[in-house]
Design a protein around this ligand. Structure first.
Ligand SMILES: [Zn+2]
Length: 322
């Protein structure tokens, strides 16, 4: 992916994003930045709707928080309200939208490959570009919701996109290097007491991506490997053959799974059959057996997109791509 050169919004314009959406509270009441819900006993969503979903998974002895979100609000306070057990943060991978709240926690685990990536500085430009994406999404949301209310009725309470939290100044948003206190390998098992989370190393989107699987309860937490929406496979670090084999591996587990949770977009939960569809989709991409259309990613960069029934894949933009 070509690196964008500059933020298209100036600081003052970014600063306004934080405070001008109070009328939304009247039109579409949302009382906090996070959408917090129990998905099943011992499993909570701590979502930032439209941005990223984090999951608190508890056993009788300890708890895992898979990802810490953008870091624009206090996810630790939310987690502490839900559990008083010792808490280990597990990053699905090092990207800033999954690790932004790491700074609030003392125990952070990530795949071995992700530890140095988490500790390296991210080009400053991405923080500003992501806040611009936030603004574009908010601007699109009002008309989208109104049309849904008239005709389609797909938007439910948990799919309400929210204005940035009060008191948060988008102009000050920074992506900070973070330190992991523990590294993980494929096959590691996190024993939480009456619940076991197994680490699956699923490279492709980035080299350090993992999923967590709770086999006893049939739950998969897909990180950025599984998504119902555009899957980002166009990054410089993305690897299509590895992505395809990671998904083929997950697809083989489908009969052991009951619920598949993903980190992005508004379809939080998916049928395990999504894994089969994705594995097949990546096979077709590798074989060149897909049509590509133009789209843009969250950094407003042009990409090519392969579309399937329940997801799509962003691949690197190239002028001669079909
Ligand atoms: Zn990512």
């Amino acid at each position: 992916m070509a690196r964008p050169e500059r933020s298209r919004l100036r600081g003052g314009e970014l600063a306004r994003l934080g405070g001008e959406h109070t009328h939304w509270d009247r039109e579409f009441p949302r009382t906090s930045w996070f959408d917090v819900r129990e998905l099943e006993p011992g499993v909570h969503l701590i979502g930032e709707p439209g941005h990223v979903n984090s999951f608190l998974i508890q056993g009788s002895e300890s708890a895992v928080l898979m990802d810490t979100g953008l870091g624009v609000a206090d996810i630790r306070a939310v987690a502490n309200e839900l559990t008083d057990k010792p808490l280990l943060v597990v990053n699905s991978h090092y990207h800033f939208d999954h690790s932004g709240g790491n700074k609030l926690f003392s125990e952070v685990a990530i795949h071995r490959i992700g530890a140095p990536l988490l500790a390296q500085p991210t080009p400053e430009i991405y923080a500003g570009l992501y806040m611009e994406y936030t603004q574009r999404m908010l601007e699109a949301w009002g008309p989208y919701k109104k049309v849904d209310d008239l005709y389609f009725h797909l938007i439910t309470a948990e799919r309400l996109v929210r204005p940035l939290p009060e008191g948060f100044d988008p102009a000050t948003y920074r992506i900070l290097p973070m330190t992991a206190t523990r590294t993980l390998e494929d096959g590691d098992v996190l024993e939480l007491g009456g619940r076991r989370l197994e680490v699956l190393h699923t490279p492709g989107h980035s080299p350090d991506c993992i999923c967590l699987i709770d086999r006893e309860n049939g739950l998969l937490f897909g990180g950025d490997t599984v998504n119902a929406g555009p899957v980002y496979a166009h990054l410089e670090e993305s690897d299509h053959p590895k992505f395809a084999s990671s998904l083929a591996r997950l697809a083989e587990m489908r009969s052991d799974l009951r619920r598949v949770f993903v980190c992005h977009y508004l379809r939080l939960e998916n049928e395990p059959s999504l894994l089969v569809e994705m594995a097949d989709g990546f096979r077709r991409i590798l074989a060149g057996d897909v049509a590509l259309r133009d789209n843009i990613d969250c950094f407003n960069e042009p990409v090519k997109e392969a579309c399937f029934d329940h997801f799509s894949v962003f691949v690197a933009y190239s002028k001669d791509a079909r």
